[in-house]
Design a protein around this ligand. Structure first.
Ligand code: TGC
Ligand code: FAD
Length: 388
């Protein structure tokens, strides 16, 4: 048997017809619209924003959110499969989708007023509007509770001061979900593009996620209407609740990235000859491929189980941490093995490997670093928080 595909344990049989159909549709979209041009986008540091409307038309934005607000109302497993297939193309396109879906639409849906939901969700789902999520600050990444950004109530307005760093979609966003302290409590605010006192500065010189927009957001006496507060937000648990959804999608996404590296490696191992033989005939090369397929299969099963638990209402954020930590670290190891297996070609954008490998360095860090997720699990196991 040869296994160029990544469904070694027939996981397809564990999916419903609808789940397979969405997965195959997104796979076709990525093969046709993302993969042919993504290396150039990465090289030019251009995010393929023209694909956003198409994602909206396909009904793959805000996948788990309710149909009454123009969203697809799909399951968490469907959402995971969408992220897996998008990141098989590139982490940047998955980043766009997971920020828009889980970090912008979810908080509006979960913590927003009825008016905010009706105003924003349908346009965000169609890809006509774009959002970003500002939690991290230059001096507060793993420890967002230490944030310095402040909101002060002033008559019928809130006035925001502070800044956010490393914000995906920042420069292209119509609306920013911004987390700031109001009377000492973390609350969510909607800040619209063009509001006086709000600027977004593009972060350049990235060697990772080059096909994604990353920005600094600055708020200088930025006055927003009082009705732009997310009324049901309150405490750090509000942004962390959004992160749970996005981290879950990232676990699937990183697995998609690993699948792309593995598939390219199997092809390369069969085609590339050295010492008059395909390199795939050497035991050390076979070892790499066997390790890759084993870790991909384990991640697929873990992701699927966490998704099913979420769909049954039994998912816990500690489950998500395990899946995110496992998938991102294994995907990075797989990408590095694939890079090695491709020899010098492994550093060229002619092959997808170095792009995935560099992207995965960010994916390993954002939405909670590998070590932060280890500590979340350590807390779960011992009952003792070791963050500080
Ligand atoms: P701690 O005291 O542990 O928790 C504060 C409150 O939050 C609750 N909680 C959660 N609730 C829902 N979901 C979760 N995942 C939760 N984790 C914790 C917790 O129960 C508590 O509730 P309550 O009611 O008792 O107040 O908070 P801490 O300050 O000790 O920090 C804990 C820590 C380190 C785990 C947390 O702050 C953390 O997760 N840090 C990592 C930060 C992070 O992930 N940032 C991501 C920024 S967004 C991003 O990266 C987007 S990239 C997107 C892309 O392009 O794809
Ligand atoms: P730090 O927190 O300074 O961590 C540095 C090192 O210290 C890490 O190895 C970490 O594990 C370790 N460390 C920290 N605390 C502890 C501890 N208690 N115990 C042990 N080790 C510890 N943020 C947003 O809000 N919105 C976005 O859209 C967004 N998009 C991003 C896009 C990209 C491309 C990148 C790279 C980042 C993005 N981020 C975003 C920020 C991201 O969430 C943070 O980078 C991440 O949370 C880590 O924070 P930090 O970079 O400040 O690292």
């Amino acid at each position: 048997m040869t296994s160029e595909t990544t469904d070694f344990l027939l996981i397809d049989e564990m999916l419903s017809d609808e789940e397979r159909m969405v997965r195959d549709t997104v796979r076709g979209f990525v093969d046709e619209k993302v993969i042919p041009t993504i290396a150039d986008d990465f090289e030019q540091a251009e995010a393929p924003m023209h694909l956003v409307r198409e994602m909206g038309e396909m009904g793959i934005i805000g996948a788990t959110l309710p149909q009454e607000y123009g969203c697809p109302g799909s399951s968490y497993v469907v959402y995971g499969l969408i992220q897996q297939e998008l990141e098989r193309g590139d982490s940047g396109i998955r980043s766009f989708n997971s920020v828009q879906s889980s970090l912008v639409m979810y908080p509006i849906c979960e913590y927003g007023s009825e008016e905010q939901k009706r105003h924003w969700l349908p346009g965000l789902a169609r890809g006509e509007k774009i959002g970003c999520f500002g939690l991290t600050e230059a001096d507060h990444g793993s420890d967002p509770g230490g944030m310095k950004t402040r909101a002060v109530k002033d008559g019928a307005s809130y006035v925001l001061n502070g800044s956010k760093m490393w914000i995906t979609n920042g420069n292209v966003a119509d609306v920013a979900v911004v987390w700031a302290k109001l009377d000492g409590e973390v609350r969510g605010f909607l800040v619209e593009k063009g509001t006086p006192g709000f600027t977004a500065n593009l972060i350049k010189h990235k060697m990772s996620l080059r096909a994604s927009v990353t920005s600094e957001l600055v708020f200088e006496d930025c006055r927003i209407p009082a009705e732009n507060l997310l009324p049901k937000s309150g405490g750090l648990r509000s942004p962390l609740g959004c992160l749970d959804k996005a981290r879950y999608g990232i676990a699937w996404g990183a697995t998609g990235s690993a699948m792309a590296c593995y598939e390219a490696s199997v092809r390369y191992a069969k085609e590339r000859t050295q010492f008059d033989k395909p390199i795939g005939s050497f035991q050390l090369v076979q070892r790499k491929l066997a390790l890759m397929l084993t870790e991909i299969t384990a991640a697929q099963l873990l992701n699927l189980r966490v998704g099913r638990l979420k769909d049954e209402g039994k998912g816990r954020h500690q489950h998500t941490s395990m899946a995110k930590m496992n998938a991102t670290s294994k995907a990075l190891e797989i990408a590095r093995m694939a890079r090695d297996l491709h020899g010098a070609n492994g550093i060229s954008l002619e092959y997808p490997i170095i792009r995935h490998m560099n992207n995965l360095e960010s994916v390993h860090t954002y939405e909670g670093t590998y070590d932060i997720h280890l500590l979340i699990l350590g807390h779960e196991i011992t009952g003792i928080p070791a963050f500080r």
